[in-house]
Design a protein around this ligand. Structure first.
Ligand code: ZN
Length: 486
């Protein structure tokens, strides 16, 4: 058990009574402010290690400035906040107790003005000021923070036993529907207070709704949040109420479309191939120079520390990560011990000429109360390549494992040395901000800048517009530029 887990157990048993900063009501405080801070301090380095920080000085200074400005007018101005952009293409934002707020580069690319950003910023600050972590189910908080903490020892198996966790849900702390609605309201209040028109915040829920209809993109920000269609209506209504109360209207509040778009010109869009990328059911890693086959139709998530793949049914998971050391048998022994695996079979073999160790084993997961879960079977291939050990692990419930046996084998045994220069030299796509050359529709504008028809739908969502919406001459909009160095 690592330090974070100890801390959480401590935190979860220490309760007291205090006033909620937002509602003013007395409530049972499960986590003190010092403990909140501690959770944030412990989680932050793990989140950064897991996703990487997206380096962009301009954007970083913008989110810090707006974040601090909003924190100052919030219900907990003295807490101390940190605002970061993580290097993930997923469209998401999340808050961790203690004042830690994260945006993905994916969500930053999808905002079309400062007002949308400010609304989501307010929503996330709201989770912290209203102390929503307090109200999380004990088990849920535990599981979710473990998820963020990453794959730690036998926790790895433990979380797979919990169907709440799939490869795509890693990025988010789950709050209740009531908490989400309250955070939406706080998002309206806070962003209005610093001068933004929160009707645009409502509009961003429409973008999330459209994204959820697209295959491949999994906007987790939305999947664990209430129905975005409903939020669109509620946030618009509440904006009217707040604006009226403050004697404001849209004309007196900021959108700041152009300033925002210019700030995100050149932001990496989609996967960054330098960290590995998926293409036609194959995962390629240009830096580490390997590839392997991905099961057809599985959801995929690639983070700097691991690749995760899961089927729609969510009853199996396939992961790839680096194992410590360089000795196959020592690594195998450590892995078995770490996960409390009962070995069924362990074989020294080769994969495409690379030395490998194949392990089949079982584990019965236990939750934090010592309750036994459904038995899990694991297939692990440890492959020695280029002075490192690659761990490909496939897990499923014992009763469903056979359905996945061949799928796991096909992926693991396809691991091979990457020599294809086209794959090795692939550069990331980036958002490019361009201006309309004349009055035309978004669709005509996209065509004008040579965008392929196959990407029109994706690009209309990225622009927060319909293809038939009109662009005026000189109006800025987004296109995607392939293979450009910034
Ligand atoms: Zn939320």
């Amino acid at each position: 058990m690592n330090k974070l887990n100890y801390l959480l157990i401590f935190a979860l048993f220490a309760t007291s009574c205090a006033r909620n900063p937002v509602t003013g009501k007395r409530e049972l405080t499960v986590i003190s402010e010092a403990q909140e801070k501690q959770i944030g301090l412990e989680s932050d380095p793990q989140i950064k290690a897991e996703y990487g920080v997206y380096e962009d000085a301009g954007l970083q200074s913008f989110i810090t400035k707006k974040g601090n400005e909003m924190a100052a007018i919030s219900h907990r101005p003295a807490l101390g906040y940190e605002f970061k952009i993580v290097d993930s293409p997923v469209v998401n934002a999340f808050a961790v107790p203690g004042g830690y707020i994260y945006f993905t580069r994916g969500i930053m690319a999808h905002f079309n003005n400062e007002a949308e950003f400010a609304g989501v910023l307010g929503h996330e600050i709201g989770h912290i000021t209203a102390k929503h972590a307090n109200e999380m189910q004990r088990k849920q908080l535990f599981t979710q923070l473990l998820l963020i903490g990453g794959m730690i020892a036998s926790e790895q198996f433990r979380q797979y036993a919990d169907l709440a966790s799939n490869a795509a849900s890693v990025l988010l702390l789950k709050y209740s529907r009531d908490n989400e609605s309250q955070s939406d309201k706080l998002g309206v209040e806070y962003s209005t207070e610093i001068g933004y028109n929160s009707h645009y915040m409502a509009g961003f829920f429409h973008t999330l709704q459209r994204l959820s209809g697209q295959s491949g993109a999994v906007p987790t920000f939305m999947s664990t949040h209430p129905d975005p269609g409903n939020r669109f209506v509620e946030v618009n209504k509440y904006t009217d109420v707040i604006q009226a109360a403050k004697n404001l209207d849209d004309a007196k509040l900021m959108e700041n479309r152009d300033t925002y778009l210019k700030m995100i010109d050149g932001i990496v869009f989609g996967e960054d191939p330098r960290q590995g990328f998926f293409e036609n059911n194959v995962f390629y890693h240009p830096d580490l120079k390997f590839y392997f086959n991905v099961p057809n139709g599985w959801m995929t998530v690639n983070t700097p520390s691991k690749v995760q793949m899961a089927p729609e049914a969510n009853d199996a998971i396939l992961t790839m990560e680096l194992e410590a050391g360089t000795d196959l048998n020592a690594a195998g022994k450590a892995l078995v011990e770490r996960n409390g695996l009962s070995v069924v079979e362990s074989t020294n073999t080769t994969v495409n000429g690379l030395p490998a160790l194949a392990i089949l084993g079982d584990v019965i997961p236990q939750d934090q109360n010592g309750q036994q879960g459904e038995a899990i079977r694991a297939m692990v291939y440890l492959i020695n390549y280029n002075g490192a050990i690659y761990n490909l692990s496939g897990l499923s419930y014992k009763k469903t494992f056979n359905n996945y046996y061949n799928t796991f084998q096909n992926s693991m045994k396809s691991f091979n040395v990457l020599k294809d220069q086209a794959k090795i030299n692939k550069l990331p796509s980036r958002v490019k901000i361009v201006s309309a050359k004349r009055d035309y529709t978004l669709q005509e504008g996209l065509k004008d800048y040579g965008m392929p028809q196959a990407r029109f739908n994706e690009l209309s969502i990225l622009n927060g517009m319909e293809l038939t919406d009109k662009l005026k001459t000189g109006m800025l909009f987004k296109v995607i530029e392939e293979r450009r160095n910034k």
